[in-house]
Write a protein that binds this ligand. Structure first.
Ligand code: MG
Length: 394
């Protein structure tokens, strides 16, 4: 019996995780749930799954929840969530908190030597080597949930463990849908709205990752994520645009064989794989009808249309703290775009200027949690100051 904690329980991946968990009550117990501040969402989940503990990052939300579910322990604040991630009541942690705030609790789960299912890519982008080193040191198993990285994991030998360089592999090929603006005329991109940007053609996801898919920053972050998980150099990592999102990624071996994982674009597939690994469990998702799909298309990514992918490649090749700066600047830029403070092309512009300024800012290069946090905070402040200037001049 696995004992599960879901971090980010009320979000899109959190709910899909609980959907899979509900199909296997004899194999999996939902022991604890954590979320940011969605009280109604958490209330519904707590009634359905009766966890022993719930935690809310937002103190107000925790207080309101406490009044609504007497008899269930309700923890409050980010520190409490970290303690929950590291305590001995659970052995399996789904890490699905969106953004940089997911780093500390994920690291706490890794340091407790748990099976850690990583759905949020930002921590691996910010502090990939720190996380993988700690996983090795503490005996934690890391299993990726991001559909591309989970696909790659599925295409590697069953003895493979994340953090090792896989043997006999020439390159990894990540597939990208190309997002909703793959064919939008370039001159129209300046005027696209947040509503258009979050309407992904194949996947149903949260707003932040949907915007990242529209700029292709999502694929750029995934390249950095893949380098951390699979210990391969940047030149062994490729991206191909595949608009149908049926092939989730490929592993090309040195003998010329490529293995791919295919499936419907539904996060319950990688989630069920990771929860069950090395077994296989029912996920609630059907198979593919290849004859009705008819054909699958592939094309190279257009780096002129999608500068974020180019910026992420540059950050990956430069290494050091640049991926962390890129990630933080992107989070602020996406938030500003969603709040209609900057336009769609403003996202790569802000990320690029922030990355350029980082070079001369005297930021720490060491990969301790403190250094990572300091660099992340610097980039956020830098972007917020630029936004304030723009607002002031407008
Ligand atoms: Mg993905």
């Amino acid at each position: 019996m696995r004992r599960l904690l879901v971090l980010g329980a009320t979000g899109s991946v959190g709910r899909s995780t609980l959907d899979v968990a509900a199909r296997h009550p004899e194999k999996l117990e939902v022991v604890a749930l954590a979320a940011h501040r969605d009280v109604d969402g958490m209330l519904e989940l707590a009634r359905r799954f009766a966890p022993r503990v719930v935690a809310m990052a937002d103190a107000d939300a925790a207080k309101r929840l406490r009044q609504s579910i007497p008899g269930c322990e309700v923890l409050s604040g980010p520190e409490a969530i970290c303690e929950l991630a590291g305590d001995a009541d659970t052995d399996t942690v789904m890490s699905a908190i969106v953004g940089a705030v997911g780093l500390s609790p994920t690291l706490a789960a890794i340091r407790a030597g748990k099976r850690v299912l990583i759905a949020n890519k930002e921590p691996l982008v910010m502090a990939g080597s720190l996380m993988m080193d700690e996983a090795r040191r503490c005996g934690a198993s890391i299993i990726p949930i991001d559909s591309e990285h989970n696909a790659i994991f599925q295409c590697l030998p069953s003895t493979y463990r994340c953090g090792e360089a896989p043997r006999g592999v020439r390159r990894l090929v990540l597939t990208a849908s190309g997002g909703p603006f793959r064919e939008t005329p370039l001159e129209d991109l300046a005027a696209v709205t947040p509503r258009q940007a979050v309407r992904h053609p194949n996947w149903s996801m949260g707003p932040k990752i949907s915007v990242d898919s529209a700029t292709l920053m999502n694929k750029g972050l995934e390249l950095i994520e893949a380098a951390a998980l699979y210990g391969l150099p940047p030149e062994a990592l490729d991206v191909v645009v595949h608009p149908e999102s049926v092939i989730h990624s490929l592993v090309e071996y040195v003998d010329g064989s490529s293995l791919a994982q295919l499936g419907q674009p539904d996060m319950r597939v990688p989630i069920a794989h990771a929860l069950a690994w090395p077994e296989r469990w029912e996920s609630g998702v059907g198979g593919l009808d290849l004859a009705s799909l008819g054909r699958l298309r592939f094309e190279p990514p257009d780096l002129g249309r999608f500068p974020c992918l180019r910026l992420a490649r540059h950050a990956l090749a430069s290494g050091g703290n640049l991926p962390n700066v890129l990630n933080a600047a992107n989070e602020i830029a996406v938030e500003a775009f969603l709040n209609e403070r900057i336009g769609f092309p403003g996202i790569p512009q802000m990320v690029e200027s922030c990355c350029e300024s980082a070079a001369s800012a005297g930021l720490p290069q060491a990969a301790s949690l403190e250094a990572v946090t300091q660099v992340d905070a610097w980039a956020r402040t830098w972007c917020r100051e630029r936004l304030a200037e723009v607002a002031h001049h407008a």
